[in-house]
Design a protein around this ligand. Sequence first.
Ligand code: SF4
Length: 272
Amino acid sequence: MIALPMIQPKGLVASSGDFELFKGAVNRPSRKGVKVDHRCRSYHLYQYGEKVAVFVTGNMKIADSIIFDLPVKITCPGMTELCEAICYAAIEHLYPSVGKNRAMNYEFAQSRDFVAGTRFAIAGIIKHVKGLRRPETISRVRLHTAGDFFSTNYFAAWTRIIDSFPSLRFWAYTKSSAILDQYSKAVLSGLVAPVPSNLNLRFSVDPTTKEMPQEAYIPHAYLMPKGEEETISKREAKDLGFLYCPAIGSSVRCGDCNLCYATDYSIIFKEH
Ligand code: SF4
């Protein structure tokens, strides 16, 4: 008897257990594929059968977002004394698999395939989430809940990726002042395009910040250390162009707030 081939929904090639392969094939050499891990709401990008990057879809606070993370500290050229001491994202020693994924992303981010692979992964994740018919769809991409822009080339690569998704909002906080300056100089020399308007970028500062970007003004994210609360009222902060993040110590989610990706306000985050 001849076995009939199973008809798969468009774009869905095969499935196995918790993993669902929805484009390409990972068990035989293929150029690119993305697999979803439903348990971890993460998507794994494969190239030629090898896993090369991991993207995560949201958490309690940012449910409708794709997140791309890097290892902490080694990708943070603008790390300050305070952020080194209290880095919230330094959990790699507690969760080795997180460390492994971030290290893999770092390697991928330095590869020639980074731009094309990331575009492919984001487009695939959006298509897949739409097919799940969840209440939320992907509308935002958060760069670096861990890590930072570690080189000008890497920053430029993201601007190219961001430019190809005009209907998505991207947002990031950075302390990489030298990289922002180098990129601004390259824009003025006509070597690269200006930062796309769908990227909301904030420069992160705290009382131990030594280097500020010289070439470009961008809104700030101020990490207010413990003990400094109440030194500036909400009203005074607003007059200076700052708003307090309402999520600290409350149930507010980013999707209800939108300050980070829909406004140019500088934002104060209290240390917690
Ligand atoms: S300010 Fe709003 S969007 Fe930004 S982190 Fe806080 S809750 Fe989220």
